[in-house]
Design a protein around this ligand. Sequence first.
Ligand SMILES: NC(=O)c1ccc[n+]([C@@H]2O[C@H](COP(=O)([O-])OP(=O)(O)OC[C@H]3O[C@@H](n4cnc5c(N)ncnc54)[C@H](OP(=O)(O)O)[C@@H]3O)[C@@H](O)[C@H]2O)c1
Length: 285
Amino acid sequence: MRIALIGADGQLGSDLLEVLKKKDLFPLYYPEFDVTDKERMKQKLESIKPDTIINTSAFNNVDAGEERIKEAFEVNSFAVRDLSFISLRLGAALMHFSSDYVFDGFKKSPYHEADKPNPLNVYGVSKLTGEYFIQNIMEKYYIIRTSGLYGEAGCKGKDYNFVDLMVQKAEKDEDTRIIDDQYTSPTWTFELAERIRDLLNGGKYGLYHMSSEGECTWFQFADKIFSLLGKRPPVTPVDAKSYGARAKRPLYSVLENRALKEIGIRDFSNWEGALKRYMKKKGYI
Ligand SMILES: NC(=O)c1ccc[n+]([C@@H]2O[C@H](COP(=O)([O-])OP(=O)(O)OC[C@H]3O[C@@H](n4cnc5c(N)ncnc54)[C@H](OP(=O)(O)O)[C@@H]3O)[C@@H](O)[C@H]2O)c1
């Protein structure tokens, strides 16, 4: 398998680089490789001649997206349209990542692949538009919706990941407000990368939800991090309304990995077990 990996130093990209190292991999880094520069992207990919293109690039600062609408759509939608046409011409499969934020959160039980999206913010609309472009242009695609990512490299688009940020707060004994009415499934990028390898080996195209088993609020997530550290910084649970983030988010965006289970790919761990392994790997515990 000859794979072009876009965003190879992002938090998911760097774990994919490690997990897929036995494959014929061509890592691509921003800004030398910019998905919004269609002509240069086309030239580079034509010179690599991949049979699979993995696109981890994204504009993923959800709050900033409410104002930087053009940038969000350029990276999350129009670049994905361009990549789809390039992949089609090369005869390559395209793997692309989307988000739990394509849903509105009103369902209150885990969302599976047949549930109807209805994003509440610009980021979610731009990610869903990217999905629609792929589905309408290509046949050989994997669209993977995931949620609450954390990984060793830290989220490049947000300058931190939630776990590392909470570890810092605990070390400084800092007072923090954390949202306690938004449910998610935090997902370790290393576990996600391992299952992506299995998915690629199976070659079954389609739309997949891929996130940890179980669910928690961001406050419960933080609480688990603090208890693993054996520290108790002065945190205050708040509701999303009083927290007042710029972008509206779904109050419940837990994903059910239904399609993945149907093709027999091994289950993700429960989020608490994965978190513990991540914190051990990072040397936090
Ligand atoms: N993070 C989450 O919680 C989360 C949740 C659900 C879904 N997702 C999706 O999962 C995927 C991976 O997320 P992640 O957390 O690994 O993101 P990340 O750490 O921010 O990595 C994104 C990568 O894309 C690169 N990039 C940014 N703009 C680019 C451009 N115009 N052209 C080429 N590369 C560009 C970044 O490079 P620089 O660092 O140099 O800018 C970085 O290497 C994304 O599609 C994201 O939307 C993430």
